[in-house]
Each structure stands twice: as C-alpha cells, then as structure tokens.
Design a protein around this ligand. Structure first.
Ligand SMILES: [Fe+2]
Length: 349
C-alpha cells in the first residue's frame, strides 16, 4: 500500500476534460478521488462525505474563492486545501492564499506524480497544523488550570484566617461575573474578573483580626492598616500577572470610588479598572446583606437602595443599571460559599 492509498481527494474542476484527466491520473496513483464542478457543490459534497484534501483553483464558479476557503476552514478544519491554479505564479496571490489557510499552492501544468506528491504533502501539512493547534489549546488550558489552582490555594490561605472573607469573596465573584455577563463581556475577560473578585480581599491576610473584626469605629491608625489590604493584595497577586495581566490593578483599585475619594490612589471614573468598579458594587451589596460584628444583615432591597443612592459618587453611574438588571439573580444572603459554588457548577461556570 503506498502513502496515498487511503487519501480521499475532492477535485473541484469546471472543465470536464481537465476533470476527467485529474480523476484518471489520481485514481491511478492510488487516491480515492471524486469530482465536482463548483465550490458550492464541493461544500455540499463535504457535508455528506469525508475527504482528506480538496484540490481546487480559488477562482471557481459559484461562491468566491476566499469565502470557499473560509467556510472550508470553519466547517471542515481537518480537510487540507491544495490550490491548483493555471495563473502564472504571482507571489502576492500565493502569500495571500497561504494567509487564508491553504496548505499548498500548485501551478499548472504539473505531472500526475508531482501532483500526487504535493497532495500527500498538503494532507500531512494540515495534520501537523491541527496537531499544533491542539497542543496550543492544551497549553492554554494548562496555564489556566495552574492559575486557577494557585488562586484556590490563595483563597484557602485567606480562609484559614477568616471565614467571613471566604464566603464574601465567593459571593462577590459570583455577582461580579453575573454583571459582566449582563454586559456581554467575553469568556476570557469574565474569567479574569472572577479570579480578581475571588482574590480582591486577599490583602486582608495581613490585617490583624482585632482590627478586621472590631466592633465600633476604627481609629486612624487602624483605618490605615485596613486600607493597606489593597496594596498588599496587589503585591500578593503580582506573580499571576503573566497569565492574567489585569488582575493586579483590579485588586489594587477595588476600593477606589467613582468620585476619586477612594483608596489607595484616589483615582476616579474610567481610570478605575472596569472589574474594580463592578467589584465595588458587588462588595457593597454583599457586605450590606451579611451579618457583621457591628450590625445585622439587611435586605437586598436596602442594599439596592444604597447602591442606587451612590450612583455617580461611590459607584459608576453606568454600571448601576447593570446591577439593577442583575441583582435579582444574586445568591440569597443566607447562602454560604459552598452553596454558591454548587450553583456555579450547575450553571456550568
Ligand atoms: Fe476590600
């Protein structure tokens, strides 16, 4: 059995004599060959039958060559495309064709033997491309997995110190993602926002519990210690920067206010990262709806009223309507982190 014995080639050729010649020659070379006369028929045929390679000119009757190639790459990524053209070799056309995803560029006339060799090469080329793409996807997934696990470890470190912050962080992350989804943000961005929201208070690991859970007002010195959790948090998540570049500044600025009177840098409006502005809302909502050392939990309606009243001062006024549309889906205040995580798993997120 020779190398091309099992290769299935779909020849797209509108000239009947050429088509017959190619069919005859390639079959003789051991290919399983079929002919169609247009790009449109080729796409139909590819839906019904499996081929390894398409041999075609880009200028065929029916749909345009670039559209044909685009649909082929989208719908049949494993099928190689060998461009067979009678046009005198034009470097820019070849470069463009490769950029658009062809696997080989062949010019007429060509002996059947040469053509057979080129088709085998095109199929191998496509297999190599697919392999590389798969490797790349796996590497990306691996990176995300590593980041995710690191982040879980950090959250655990936090929870050994303070369970409130754990429940709070999980809920804030859930609410932040819900609002990001309402805004129509893409998945990679939502992932970053989720990680940042989960870790937004990680800097509190450096705040003594006597200050963190103090009943009553904080003095100036204690207040300074509390404020430091933003810069400490940014410092802690700094090593994640390579994979999630936005996370560091999101954590640093999660207490900045829209009117510029927040901390640590006193930046305002759109200088504050979007995720930090969303976290500010989710954080306030969850804090109001939770029992704290110094006061009892209040209802979601009270929290919503506070957020509405703070639009344009504490909160981004354009994000408050996003909150209004999303908060009925926020987890019930009495739910703990485990129940929220369970809900998240059920939703596939
Ligand atoms: Fe915080």
């Amino acid at each position: 059995m020779n190398a091309q014995a099992q290769i299935r080639v779909l020849i797209v050729e509108d000239d009947p004599d050429q088509a017959r010649l190619l069919l005859y020659g390639l079959t003789k070379e051991g290919f399983l060959a079929a002919v169609v006369e247009s790009a449109t028929s080729a796409l139909l045929r590819l839906k019904q039958e499996i081929f390894d390679v398409v041999l075609s000119d880009l200028n065929m009757p029916g749909i345009r060559g670039d559209e044909f190639l685009r649909r082929l790459r989208n719908d049949h990524p494993s099928v190689a495309f060998a461009m067979y053209t009678g046009e005198t070799q034009d470097v820019s056309a070849a470069v463009n064709a490769f950029r658009n995803g062809i696997d080989d560029y062949l010019t007429k006339p060509m002996s059947t033997k040469e053509l057979a060799k080129a088709l085998v090469g095109a199929v191998h080329n496509r297999q190599r491309e697919l392999f590389m793409e798969r490797q790349l996807r796996m590497a990306r997934h691996g990176q995300f997995e590593a980041v995710y696990r690191t982040q879980r470890a950090l959250v655990r470190a936090m929870e050994t110190k303070d369970m409130y912050t754990r429940h709070h962080s999980v809920k804030v992350a859930y609410c932040t993602v819900l609002m990001a989804r309402e805004m129509g943000l893409d998945r990679p961005r939502m992932r970053t926002f989720k990680v940042a929201a989960l870790l937004h208070d990680i800097g509190k690991i450096g705040v003594p519990l006597t200050v963190l859970h103090k009943e009553g007002a904080l003095d100036d010195k204690e207040w300074e210690i509390i404020k430091k959790h933003t810069t400490d948090g940014a410092h802690i998540v700094e090593p994640l920067k390579k994979y999630l570049p936005e996370v560091v500044s999101i954590v640093r600025h999660e207490h900045e206010r829209w009117d510029g009177t927040g901390y640590p840098d006193g930046i305002g409006k759109l200088d504050i990262p979007l995720a930090s502005r969303l976290i500010m809302i989710a954080d306030t909502y969850d804090a109001i709806c939770s029992d704290r050392a110094y006061r009892k939990a209040q209802s979601p309606e009270v929290a919503a009223e506070v957020i509405r009243a703070g639009a344009g001062t504490q909160f981004d006024p354009d994000l408050v309507p996003i909150f209004e549309r999303s908060y009925h889906q926020f987890p019930k205040p009495e739910l703990g982190a485990e129940a929220v995580l369970e809900r998240e798993r059920e939703a596939g997120g």
